[in-house]
Ligand binder design. Structure first.
Ligand code: THG
Length: 258
C-alpha cells in the first residue's frame, strides 16, 4: 500500500491559518510529522475558495520540498494552480487529478508529459459520478486509452473510483469496492488504484472507525494506494494487520510495533 497523507490541505483550519501567515516552519513540521507516521507521499491542497491558488500552491510546494524528497501529489481542480505546483516541484509529482472530461484530459495529460508526472484519474465526467461499478470502469478505460494517445503508459496512472460519504449515499460504498475489482481487470499488469479514504466518513460520527473498517475492505479488493490520515494510530494499526493478512508483510508476533 502506497500511503499519501491527506493533511497538507487548506480545508483544515490549522493549515489554512499557517498558509495565511506563510508560516513555513509550521507547514514543514506538519509535513515531517506525516512522514514520521508512515506517509510515503504528501497530498498538497491549498483548500477551497482561494483567489491566490497558484501563488499558495507554489509556496506550499517550495516550503515542503525544503524538508523532504518524497513525491508530492498536487491536488487541485484549477489548471493554473496545478501548473504552478508542477513548475515549482523538484520532487517526483503526481497530478491529482484529471476527470474523464475530454477538455480536462487534453490539458492535463500534456502537462503530465511535460513534467514527467504520474496522474490520478477520477472516474467522473461533466455528468458527475456514475452510479454503477461498470460505468466507472468504462470511464476508467476511456482515461487509460486517452492517456496512451498522449504517450502516457497505464503504469503512470492511478484509477480513483471516488469514495462518497456513506452517510449521504450508502449504496455507493460497496459499488466503489466492485469498481476496484473491475479496474484491476482492465489491463495486464493490473492498473494501480487510489482512493480518498476519509471521504467515506464525512459528516459521520465515529469517523476513524468507519475509515479503518473501509480501508481493510478496500485492501481486500486490491487497493494499491490511499490518501489518508497517517496520524490516526488506530487506522495505521488496521493497515498493518491487513498487510499481514493479505500476505504483503511478513508475520511476526510484534507486527503492530514492527
Ligand atoms: N480522491 C482524490 N483526491 C482527493 C480525494 C479523493 N483529495 C481530497 C480528498 N478526497 C481527500 N482528502 C481529504 C482531506 C480531508 C478530509 C477528507 C478527505 C476531511 N476533512 C475534515 C472535514 O471536511 O470534515 C476537516 C475537518 C477539520 O477541519 O479537522 O474529512 O477522493 N484523488
Amino acid at each position: 500500500m502506497y500511503l499519501i497523507s491527506e493533511r497538507i490541505n487548506g480545508l483544515f483550519a490549522s493549515v489554512s491559518k499557517a498558509i495565511d501567515s506563510r508560516d513555513a516552519k509550521w507547514i514543514q513540521d506538519h509535513a515531517i510529522r506525516q512522514l514520521d507516521c508512515g506517509a510515503q507521499a504528501l497530498d498538497i491542497n491549498t483548500g477551497p475558495g482561494r483567489e491566490d491558488g497558484p501563488e499558495v500552491m507554489e509556496w506550499l510546494v517550495r516550503t515542503v520540498q525544503e524538508v523532504t524528497e518524497v513525491p508530492l501529489c498536487i491536488d487541485t481542480p484549477g489548471i493554473k494552480t496545478m501548473t504552478a505546483g508542477l513548475k515549482a516541484s523538484k520532487n517526483r509529482v503526481i497530478i491529482n487529478s484529471t476527470t474523464a472530461e475530454k477538455a480536462r484530459m487534453e490539458k492535463l495529460f500534456p502537462l503530465a508529459r511535460e513534467y514527467n508526472a504520474e496522474v490520478i484519474c477520477l472516474t467522473m465526467d461533466e455528468r458527475g459520478i456514475p452510479n454503477s461499478a461498470e460505468a466507472r470502469a468504462e470511464m476508467a478505460m476511456l482515461m487509460i486509452t486517452t492517456a496512451m494517445e498522449h504517450d502516457i503508459m497505464p503504469e503512470r496512472l492511478f484509477l480513483d473510483p471516488l469514495v462518497l460519504p456513506t452517510k449521504a449515499s450508502q449504496d455507493q460504498s460497496v459499488k466503489v469496492i466492485e469498481a476496484l475489482r473491475l479496474f484491476h481487470t482492465l489491463n495486464d499488469p493490473a492498473p494501480r488504484t487510489v482512493v480518498g479514504l476519509s471521504n467515506v466518513s464525512n459528516g459521520a460520527k465515529d469517523r476513524s472507525l468507519l475509515n479503518r473498517t473501509y480501508l481493510a475492505m478496500l485492501m481486500g479488493a486490491g487497493l494499491s494506494a490511499a490518501i489518508l490520515d497517517p496520524e490516526d494510530a488506530e487506522l495505521m494499526k488496521t493497515l498493518k494487520s491487513a498487510q499481514i493478512l493479505l500476505d504483503q508483510k511478513l508475520y511476526c508476533d510484534d507486527f503492530i510495533r514492527a
